[in-house]
Design a protein around this ligand. Sequence first.
Ligand code: ZN
Length: 308
Amino acid sequence: MKLRKLKNMQMEECGRCKYKARLIALGLGVRCTHPDNQKYKLEEDSQTMPIIISRVPSKCLLQDTGQKKKLILHIPHGSTFVPETFQVLEGVSLEKEFQRMTDWYTEELFNFDEAEKLVFTYSRLYCAVERFRQDKDESMAKKGMGVCYTCTSYGTKLREVSSREKVFIKSTIYDVHHKKLETLVEEELYVQGSALILDCHSFPNEFLAQHNESDKRPDICLGTDSFHTPNELMKKLRDYFEKAGLSVAINEPFVGTMVPLKFYGKDKRVKSIMIEINRKLYLDDEFGKNKNFNALKKLILNALKDLI
Ligand SMILES: [Zn+2]
C-alpha cells in the first residue's frame, strides 16, 4: 500500500484537531480522525480510513485527551451469551451453571465512564479468557475447565468440545480478546508510561469445592501479583473497603490478577489488581439485584475514581 499525499501533510493541520484519536500500535503513530485530514487516505483503502501520522504535534488537542490517565477495566465473566452451536449434554441444567458461574451485573457494578472497559461478550462456559491458552499450563484444565469447559462446576460432564472447535474458539475469540487487552495496555504505556488494569469479578458466597480455591468467603477478595501489584495499591483498596464496613481478604479465595502475557513478569510499568465482590452483597435469591445494589455500585465507583 502506498500513502497518497502523505508527504504534503502539514503537521499544523493536525494541531487544530479536536478529534479523539486512538493509538494503533506502539511506535506506529496515531489515527487522526479530523474530517479535514481525510483527504490523506491510503490509496487502496476505504473512504473512512483515517490518516496515520507519525506523532501527535505538541499543540494538538489530541494530546490533551491522551494525557488523561485511564484505568483499564477488564470484565471477563459477566455475559451469558453462547452461540447456537453451543450444546450441553442431556440432563445438564445450563441455567444452574449460568447462575453459579456468571459474574452477574459486573459491567454495571464496575461502571466508570472515564475508564477503558474491556467486556468479554461470551459466557465463560463457552470461552474462559482467564485461563491459560494451553491446557498443559492450566491447572483447571484437568477438571475440564480450561479455556473450553467440558465439565460443570459440579464436576459432571457439560459438553463435548472437539479439537477443531477448540482451535476455532481459541483463534477467533480467545486470541482476539487478549489482543484487545494487550493493545489497551500498549496505548496507556505509550501515552502515560504506565498502565493500570483492574480485573473485575464477583463470586458466589457458596464454596465451590470443584475449583482450586479456599473456602474463605470475605465480602471482597483482592487478587494480587507479586510483580505487578504495588503494595500501596492493594493497601489503598483494602483500607477503602474495610472503612466501608466490608471484610477484605487478599488472594483468598481467589489468587492473582490479569496481566497480558506479553508483559507478564517483564514490565513493571504494567500494574494490575483483581477485585472480586461477594455476590451476596448485591444479589437476591432469584439472581436479581437486591436493595443494596446501587449503594455498592456507588462505593465501587468512588474506589475507582480514587485510583486515577
Ligand atoms: Zn470472574
